[in-house]
Each structure stands twice: as C-alpha cells, then as structure tokens.
Design a protein around this ligand. Structure first.
Ligand SMILES: Cc1cc2nc3c(=O)[nH]c(=O)nc-3n(C[C@H](O)[C@H](O)[C@H](O)COP(=O)(O)O)c2cc1C
Length: 362
C-alpha cells in the first residue's frame, strides 16, 4: 500500500496529500467535502459567498457528516470604487443578453460580499482544521488569531512576491497557483498578466524562495501530476477541476458533460463574467464580450451584475452564458465518485513513481 509522509499529511493528519480545492458558489458541497476527507485526502468548502451565520451552519453540517478534518476557504475582500455611469455602461453592454433570456438586469449593483470579520469569527468558533484564503492572505493579527485557535492556515500565491508576503504574515502553507489553474487567479500584487507562471515553474520558484511548505495547484488531474508535484518539492496538491465531474459536486449537468467532452484545451482567461481574471471554458458570452471590448466592472460587481443572467442560462441549459470555470487539463476529467477518483490517483501515483525510478536506473 502506498503511504505518504509530507509536511501536509503530517500537519493535517491525513493519508493522502491531496486537497480538494475549495470552490465557492456550489461545486464543493458538504457531500463532496466529506467524501474527500473520508477517503483519506482533505476536503475544503468554498465559503466566500456565505456570511458568518451560514458558515456556522455549514461547519455544523460538515461535522455531522464526517469525523475527519476539513477546511473552510474565504476570499479577502475587495471594495472597488465605481461611478454610477460605469455601472450603467456595463449594464447596457449586456442588456441584450438579459433580454434574450427574458430577465431584467439588476436595478443596482453593489458589493454584496459578506463581512470577512464575521466569517473569520465563525471559522474560529467552528474549531476546524484548516482556514484558507484566496485573493489575499488576511492580515497578520487575523492570521495570528486563527492560529491561536489551533487552526492551520493556507493562502494561494501566484508569484514569489506574494509567497514572501504570505510567509511574513504567518501563513502555514502556501498554495502555488500555476497559470493552468481553473477559476479565479488569486493575484493580489501587481498585474495578473505578470503572474502567469505555470505550475512546474511556480513550485520550483516558490520552494526556493520561502521555507513555508508549498502545495501545488493548477492542471493536476491524476497520479502523474501528484508525483511530479512531489518530485519538484511540493508537500501536496490542491485539485479543483478533477472533482467538478464527481457526482457529489453541485455542478450544472451540462457543464459536467462539457468537461467530459473536452478535447485538448478550450479554456481562456477572462474578466467578463466576474470582473476578476478567471480561467474557464470559452463560450459565446466570453468571445462576444472580448471582441466588442465591452466595459466590465471590477470584482465583485461584475459578478453581481451577471448573476441573474448566469442563473437564467442555467435554467435552460444554455452553456453559452454560464461561467464554466476549469483548468487547462479539463480533458482528463473522469466523472467518478470522489473516493474512486482518489483511489485511482493514488494507484497512478504509484505507477508514475515506479516508472520514474526504473527509467532512472534503466
Ligand atoms: C470552479 C472553480 C471554483 C474555484 N473557486 C475557488 C475558491 O472559491 N477559492 C479558492 O481558493 N480557489 C478557488 N478555485 C481555484 C482552486 O483553488 C485552484 O487554484 C484550481 O482549481 C487549481 O487548478 P485545477 O482546477 O486545474 O485543479 C476555483 C477553481 C475552480 C475550477
């Protein structure tokens, strides 16, 4: 039997150094998070859009489903300033799409992200195993408070500068988010285009730059990816796209089917749906918005603006107007229950590790 011992497995008390990427907005259901933790890996719930009370309920539900550890992930808030004229222009730019679905655009677009202090309070009260951050790392006092409660901390980074800052703030594990990764880029220092380093280069650069252990994320879909990440010095991997086609995930069936049908790489980085650069399957909305150069509000305002459009598209199975976030290796999606997927990944890891050994002596 394959057994792992890394900084990640030791700290979290898990058998397999795989984290389910937290995926806010639905995919990481309590069923999926608990199935991943029960299988010996580590489930994380994407709680960015939940307020403190909802996080308390979710922690309770997860604790009732599994006696294993799990993580809760939050977004570090952004509060962009925009004018009414900018909101009106961005709304007008997509009015035709709203009309197509018979939906009225929202009257006002405001920042509806929950209060991070309340979210952190709920995380601390929950006494969970891991608290992870995206789009930033939380301030040093907040991290210290979380750690004083016995909770391990993690944050994603897309550059050496971000990793150094997260380390200085006291973060325990840094997730190296390679450019292949699905979903939003965490980038909080500088321009996102300057932080599009691929996962392999990202792991090696970050492991050289900081002493905090590195978890690899982006395009890792199987045991070969896990073996490669560990060989490069990561202590584990965080996988999102691989779990999107699990039956336990709450992902639109047409998006799941699209993932299972992908050949090659049909993903693109875009700000059109949410206002923040994110990687997902190309569709009509992205293509038309980009070719027309339509105005796009900053995150989270564009996300709020397009919310009812995306929901309306979901109701009628129209993947041309859904945000289908996924990574560049989506073609390796399998559609298996989480426990079976993890079992296969561990078997593939063993095979990859064996063949690397044989080729080195062959
Ligand atoms: C649908 C989707 C939603 C995501 N939501 C979050 C999130 O809420 N918080 C977070 O830290 N990362 C989020 N991510 C990014 C992942 O943490 C990770 O960087 C990415 O999934 C790794 O690449 P992969 O999808 O190729 O495995 C999301 C990714 C996807 C695909």
């Amino acid at each position: 039997m394959t057994s792992f011992s890394t900084a990640l497995t030791d700290a979290l008390g898990i058998d397999i150094p795989i984290l389910l990427a937290p995926m806010a907005g639905g995919p990481t259901t309590p069923e999926l998070v608990s199935a991943v933790s029960d299988a010996g890996a580590f489930g994380q719930f994407g709680a960015a859009y939940l307020n403190g009370a909802a996080i308390r309920d979710m922690v309770g539900e997860l604790q009732s489903r599994t006696n294993k550890g799990f993580g809760i992930n939050l977004f570090v808030p952004e509060d962009p300033l925009v004018t009414e004229a900018e909101i009106a222009a961005a709304t007008a730019a997509i009015a035709e799409y709203f009309a197509q679905f018979g939906v009225t655009p929202p009257d006002s677009v405001s920042n509806v992200m929950p209060d991070i202090e309340e979210q952190v309070e709920a995380v601390i009260e929950g006494g969970i195993k891991l608290s992870s951050f995206h789009l930033g790392h939380g301030s040093q006092p907040v991290i210290a408070e979380i750690k004083d409660a016995g909770i391990i901390t993690a944050a994603s980074a897309t550059s050496v500068a971000e990793a150094l800052e997260a380390e200085a703030a006291g973060i325990d594990f840094i997730i190296a988010q390679g450019s292949e990764a699905g979903g939003h880029r965490t980038t909080w220092i500088g321009d996102w285009q300057d932080s599009m380093t691929g996962t392999m280069s990202q792991i090696t650069q970050l492991t050289n730059a900081v002493s905090t252990p590195i978890i690899a994320a982006g395009g890792i879909m199987d045991g070969r990816g896990l073996a490669a990440a560990l060989a490069l010095g990561a202590c584990g991997v965080q996988m999102g796209t691989a779990f999107l086609t699990c039956p336990e995930a709450d992902v639109h069936p047409s998006f799941q089917q699209a993932l299972l049908n992908v050949e090659g790489d049909n993903t693109v980085m875009t700000r059109t749906f949410s206002g923040r650069p994110a990687r997902g399957l190309r569709n009509r909305f992205i293509t038309e918005m980009e070719s027309s150069g339509a105005p796009v509000l900053p995150f989270p305002l564009q996300n709020t603006l397009t919310g009812s459009l995306r929901a309306a598209a979901g109701k009628v199975d129209d993947t041309d107007f859904m945000s289908m976030w996924c990574g560049q290796a989506a073609a390796l999606s399998r559609g298996l229950p989480a426990a079976e997927l993890i079992e296969q990944i561990v078997a593939e890891y063993q095979e990859a590790a064996n063949s690397a050994f044989h080729s080195s002596i062959g």
